[in-house]
Design a protein around this ligand. Structure first.
Ligand code: PLP
Length: 406
């Protein structure tokens, strides 16, 4: 391992507290990650020294804040290897990025009888916006299945493609199953049929080195808060050719070039999609998060988290009656499980009392949970600041739950 875990943990002061008189073990990283001091300091430095509205002022502070904002855009571009900063749009999160694509793409390109393909493993944020726009346009939403191990049924997805398919919306990594989808292959296949692909990367960017140029995706959406940055900031990457064609999602200041009583012309990219005063503090924090991840190295992060995952699977599998959801060959570092028939809320509540934060419920992926016919799962999702010892404590806690209910 090329990073020092104790040094890394020292960057995250929240992790060194005790809850219920036990050291906090934080395994709810798929919901949101903790923030290093570098991110917290970037936000407070911005307010201590540079706070100003951007793009509009000629005075010192406004120019300084604008330059820092646009520098951040360059760093995000480099982080995902987007061809141009024009293709990096700041939003308030993955949900807003996905809503933007569904609403603007749907408005321009969907009509009655058209089809949109998504998958059963999507988070509601990449499902409901498509359901809504399809409903408005009289289009049909087709849903690809999964295989029993939680991998996407690629053959089924391909069989849904017709000459009415206008776009495919799928997740890079499932927030419930951990499955890493072969999005590069799917994008190549879809492009062979002239169909664009929007990727929900909310669970992708924090675990995998993402290269949107190599993937050749048409859109890639993610949130700052799931990659050690602040809440309320996210990114939409879109190919310039699409962003030029899509109508604006919101209107107001900043997204306009010229406004007269008769009509409005729109600003150039990326500003056409950034109406109003942006979340500048969020962008400062996101920039620090990107720098932090770059310093650790995405390959190193992936290798370390994979070790955590393998250890968790090995230890938890040794407990009788464990039921795992999502055992794909290619998986991000999370485990979703039930302990026999114990309700996930009961299990989660007891595990919490042992100082361990896990998530329980449907994880905003109700169609997937319904597919399994279960009330939800317990999900433990790991980050690079977690340790093997913490996973051993989770295993002890799960055993304890099982004993209490037997
Ligand atoms: N997509 C996936 C796969 C997610 O896991 C989440 C959040 O859990 C989202 C989208 C939505 O992200 P946000 O709530 O940051 O907009």
């Amino acid at each position: 391992m090329s990073f020092d875990i104790q040094q890394v943990r020292a960057d995250f002061p929240i992790l060194s507290q005790a809850i219920y008189k036990r050291p906090l073990i934080y395994f709810d990283n798929a919901a949101t990650t903790q923030k290093p001091l570098q991110v917290i300091n970037a936000i407070s430095d911005y307010y201590l020294h540079d706070n100003c509205n951007i793009h509009r002022g000629v005075h010192y502070l406004s120019v300084k804040a604008t330059e820092a904002f646009e520098e951040a855009r360059k760093e995000v571009r480099e982080f995902i290897n987007a061809p141009s900063t024009h293709e990096v749009i700041f939003t308030k999160g993955a949900s807003e990025s996905l809503n933007l694509v569904a609403a603007s793409f749907g408005k321009k390109f969907l009509k009655e009888g058209d089809e949109v393909i998504t998958t059963i493993m999507e988070h509601h944020s990449n499902f409901v916006p498509w359901q809504i726009i399809c409903g408005e346009k009289g289009a049909v939403l087709r849903v690809a299945n999964i295989l029993p191990n939680g991998e996407l049924d690629q053959e089924h997805l391909y069989s849904l493609i017709t000459d009415r398919t206008k776009i495919i919306a799928l997740t890079h990594v499932s927030n419930v199953l951990g499955t890493i989808n072969p999005i590069k292959d799917i994008i190549a296949f879809a492009h062979g049929k002239g169909i664009p692909v929007v990727v929900d990367g909310a669970q992708g960017v924090s675990h995998i080195k993402v290269d949107v140029t190599d993937l050749d995706c048409d859109f890639y959406c993610f949130s700052g808060h799931k990659m050690y940055g602040p809440m309320g900031i996210g990114v939409l990457y879109g190919k310039e050719k699409w962003l030029e064609e899509l109508p604006p999602y919101q209107s107001g200041g900043e997204m306009v070039k010229d406004v007269t009583i008769e009509k409005t012309t729109y600003n150039e990219l990326p500003f056409k999609f950034e109406a109003g005063t942006p979340n500048v503090e969020g962008v400062m924090g996101l920039r620090a998060a990107v720098q932090y991840l770059k310093n650790l190295g995405m390959e190193e992060i992936h290798a370390y988290e994979d070790k955590l995952l393998k250890h968790a699977v090995e230890r938890l599998s040794a407990i009788r009656d464990m039921r795992f959801f999502g055992t794909a060959l290619l998986k991000a570092s999370l485990v979703s499980f039930l302990i026999g028939d114990i309700h996930p809320f009961d299990a989660g509540t007891i595990i919490d009392k042992m100082g361990i934060a896990v998530r329980t419920g449907h994880h905003c992926a109700q169609p997937l949970i319904d597919h399994f016919g279960i009330p939800g799962t317990v999900r433990a999702s790991f980050a690079f600041y977690n340790t093997i010892e913490e996973i051993d404590k989770l295993t002890d806690a799960v055993s304890r739950v099982k004993t209490m209910f037997s």
